[in-house]
Ligand binder design. Structure first.
Ligand SMILES: [Cu+2]
Length: 419
């Protein structure tokens, strides 16, 4: 079948080429020049312009009707504002689209070339300049001002009783972290990210393991320096490179040691604070009617957390936590009833082409009643249970560590605590 289609297309192209050759040949016989176009030709082209305008407009209107409503009603508070803005923009564009295209095609139809007709020539018209500067200027200002007002609503400070949820992205999945009973996240650092600590949460064990790893690396380089010195004279540049490597590793080690000294705002060590953080994968639950403050982090590349049903989207950037707040207004159950679809689920998906499995980087978002949400949260594993052996966990509270005022910024729950 495919072969047949390709064959037909190929034959059609050959036929068109042959026909145009015949046309040129007859023209040569009639001795008319190629650039000579008859008035009848011009008129036909002008009329075709008008016909095409109508076909084009009908096509656009059909697209609006067929695909105009691709999402159900917004399930978040600010979503209504976003929808309003979106529709305002769309209507403005639609009006402009029809006005501009009508002018384009009608002018081509009306003023096609006729012998002896002359165009009026003028170099400047103040009134015209005014019209095409002022109208777009005012329209743009209007869109920008309303856009900024909505944007500030979404990204403004969260209320004190908002629930904070951290969304952590990496190639290619999402992890949701909820602060435990103490309401505070444990600190994290990219320096501690490893296969068994994807979020880089700071714990005594993780710090010890990292220090050990760095020491081993330093030792290896030192050894190779010694060995090479004995064998022959090493090029000086190579020695320098190795010494530079050692210097870098020592500096890295100091950063890890600094992490061990960190304390949270509450005065507890970050290990104590992070131990009861709850981790959810594959599915994220949120309570209806409560303000949620999202904090986004990324491990590797820029991803984008996109929750279309809530009209919410934010880039997740490695090394730079981003945030926004939203209040869900419709539970999953209510939305299923509204849509008459028992299988419906809200989704969180990655909206930035981030690699081979980007298409698969999505999880369900379940909006519960506050009671159901609490019950679900209690069932989620704490970081302590998930990422370390249970017996190794509780001991480590560093009472000797001190916190100084100037490091408090680095101790914000989600900031990467390193420099
Ligand atoms: Cu992604």
């Amino acid at each position: 079948m495919k072969l047949l289609v390709i064959l037909v297309i190929a034959l059609a192209i050959i036929a068109i080429v042959q026909l145009s050759k015949v046309y040129e040949f007859t023209r040569a016989l009639r001795k008319s020049k190629e650039e000579e176009i008859s008035p009848a030709d011009n008129k036909l082209q002008a009329n075709l312009m008008l016909v095409w305008m109508f076909v084009f407009f009908i096509g656009v209107i059909w697209l609006y009707v067929r695909y105009g409503d691709y999402l159900p009603e917004s399930a978040s508070e600010h979503g209504k504002d976003v929808d309003w803005l979106m529709h305002l923009n769309l209507w403005m564009l639609t009006v402009m689209f029809f006005v501009m295209n009508t002018m384009l095609f009608v002018v081509s139809w009306k003023f096609y070339y006729r012998k002896g007709r002359k165009a009026r020539f003028f170099t400047h018209d103040n009134r015209l300049e005014m019209i095409w500067t002022l109208i777009p200027g005012v329209t743009m200002a209007f869109i920008i001002v309303f856009g900024l007002i909505t944007w500030n609503k979404i990204t403004g400070p969260a209320s004190p009783d908002a629930i904070t949820v951290e969304l952590y992205s990496k190639q290619f999945d999402w992890t949701a972290r909820y602060p435990g009973d103490n309401g505070e996240f444990g600190a994290s650092s990219y320096n501690l990210i490893s296969s068994d600590n994807a979020l880089g949460i700071i714990t005594k064990e993780k710090i010890a393991a990292k220090l050990e790893e760095i020491d081993a690396d330093i030792e290896k380089i030192k050894q190779s320096l010694e060995e090479n010195k004995m064998v022959s004279a090493m090029p000086e540049s190579y020695v320098e490179t190795l010494q530079d490597k050692i210097y870098r590793l020592e500096r890295h080690k100091q950063r890890i040691l600094d992490l061990a000294e960190l304390k949270m705002e509450s005065g507890k060590s970050n290990w104590e604070t992070g131990a009861d953080d709850r981790i959810a994968k594959g599915e994220m639950h949120l309570p209806v009617g409560k303000e949620i403050e999202f904090i986004f982090r990324s491990q590797d590349v820029i991803h984008s957390a996109y929750m279309p049903h809530f009209r919410a989207q934010m880039n997740t950037v490695p090394g730079l936590p981003t945030r926004f707040k939203m209040t869900p207004t419709i539970t999953t159950k209510e939305m299923r009833e509204k849509l008459g679809d028992d299988e419906f689920n809200y989704i969180l998906l990655c909206n930035k082409i981030c690699g081979a499995a980007h298409f698969n980087m999505q999880i369900d978002v379940v909006i519960d009643s506050p009671e159901d949400y609490e019950a679900w949260l209690k069932k989620q594993k704490t970081f302590i249970a998930q990422e370390t052996a249970p017996e190794a966990a509780p001991a480590a509270t560093d009472t000797t560590a001190t916190a100084t005022a100037d490091t408090s910024a680095a101790m914000a729950p989600t900031a990467d605590a390193s420099h």
